[in-house]
Design a binder for this molecule. Structure first.
Ligand code: UTP
Length: 292
C-alpha cells in the first residue's frame, strides 16, 4: 500500500531550549527565518506526502496558526505592496493538508506516535522529527518510501555517527543486505557507547507499517521513564522485518543548542541572499578572534 500520510510529533516540552520554549513551541524556533516545523512539512511534501498530522499539546497553538490562513496580514501586506511576502504567507496555508491532534501529556515519543493511530487508520505512514533537519537536496524520505514499496515493511534512517556519540541515539544492530540497506536485527535506545551494537544511529525519519501501534501499546516506559519509540521498533523487528536505509550526508541536528547554532550557520552560508555577506563577516570574525 502506498504511503500517503506523514506524522510530525511536536508535543515535547523542549526543555533543552528553555527559557525560549517556556511560551514558544520548540518547533517554532526558526532556522534564520523559517520555523523548523515548516522545513519538516516542506520535506514531507517534497516526498509526496501531503496529508500531515502534527501531534501538538497545550500551549502549542502557534503551530496551528502558522499553517492557517492569515487574512488580515495578507490584506495588509497586499495594501502595502509587499506582494512577495503576501504570496509567501498565503502559500504556507496551501502547502499541505494539515491536521492536528493533541497528546495530553508528554509521556514520550512512542506515546506521541501512538496518538496518531485513529488518523492513520490502518495505513502505512511516515514519521518526521523536527530535531533532525534534512537538506532539501537529499531525497532521504523518498528513498525510504521506495524501500517500503519494495518490501512492504517498516524502514528506519540509519546514519553512522562517532562511537562516542551513539549514546545520544537509538543504536541499530544491522545486518547489511545491500550497500545502503540493512535488515534491523535489534535497536536499543541511548545505550552506553561501549554497549552499543554498532555506531549506526536511527535518526528522526521513519516509515512504519500499522503494526507499530500494537507494539506501542505493549511498550512500557523505558529510558528516562518515557514510552520510547525505539523500544516499540525493537519489538516490531522481532515480529516482522524492519529495514534501515543508510545515508551519509545532508542531516543537520537541531535538537540541542550547539548543533542548532551550527545548522543555522551552515544554512545561512548557503543562502543566496545572506551567504556572501555572512561568509565574509564570519571569516573576518574568526581572524579577529584569532580562532584559527
Ligand atoms: P525530544 O525528547 O528530543 O524532544 O523528542 P523534547 O522532549 O521536546 O525536548 P527536550 O529533550 O525536552 O529538549 C523528540 C521529538 O518527539 C516529540 C518532540 O516534540 C520532538 O519532536 N515528543 C517527545 C512528543 O511529541 N511527545 C513527547 O512526549 C516527547
Amino acid at each position: 500500500m502506498k504511503v500517503r500520510k506523514a506524522v510530525i510529533p511536536a508535543a515535547g516540552l523542549g526543555t533543552r531550549f528553555l527559557p525560549a520554549t517556556k511560551a514558544v513551541p520548540k518547533e517554532m524556533l526558526p532556522l534564520i527565518d523559517t520555523p523548523s516545523i515548516q522545513l519538516v512539512v516542506e520535506e514531507a511534501v517534497r516526498a509526496g506526502l501531503t496529508d500531515i498530522l502534527i501531534i501538538t499539546a497545550r500551549d502549542k497553538g502557534a503551530i496551528e496558526d502558522h499553517f492557517d490562513r492569515a487574512p488580515e496580514l495578507e490584506a495588509l501586506l497586499d495594501a502595502r505592496g509587499k506582494f512577495d511576502e503576501a504570496k509567501q504567507v498565503r502559500e504556507l496555508s496551501d502547502l499541505a493538508q494539515i491536521h492536528t491532534v493533541r497528546q495530553h501529556e508528554a509521556l514520550g515519543l512512542g506515546h506521541a506516535v501512538g496518538v496518531a493511530e485513529a488518523h492513520v487508520s490502518g495505513e502505512p505512514f511516515a514519521v518526521l522529527l523536527g530535531d533532525d533537519l534534512i537538506h532539501p537536496s537529499v531525497p532521504l524520505l523518498r528513498e525510504m518510501l521506495r524501500v517500503h514499496e519494495r518490501y512492504g515493511r517498516s524502514v528506519l534512517a540509519g546514519l553512522e555517527v562517532a562511537r562516542s556519540e551513539i549514546s545520544a541515539y537509538g543504536a541499530i544492530e544491522p545486518e547489511m543486505i545491500e550497500e545502503d540497506l540493512a535488515r534491523v536485527r535489534s535497536v536499543v535506545e541511548k545505550p552506553p557507547a561501549d554497549e552499543a551494537p554498532s555506531n549506526l544511529a536511527a535518526i528522526g525519519r521513519y516509515v512504519f507499517t500499522p503494526e507499530i501501534f500494537e507494539a506501542l501499546r505493549d511498550t512500557k516506559p523505558g529510558h528516562g521513564g518515557e514510552i520510547q519509540l525505539t523500544d516499540a521498533i525493537n519489538s516490531l523487528a522481532q515480529e516482522q522485518a524492519v529495514y534501515a536505509y543508510t545515508f551519509e550526508a545532508g542531516r543537520f541536528d537541531a535538537g540541542n543548542k550547539l548543533d542548532y547554532l551550527k545548522a543555522t550557520v551552515e544554512l545561512a552560508i548557503e543562502r543566496d541572499d545572506l551567504g556572501p555577506a555572512f561568509s565574509a563577516w564570519l571569516a573576518d570574525f574568526v581572524q579577529r578572534r584569532k580562532l584559527l
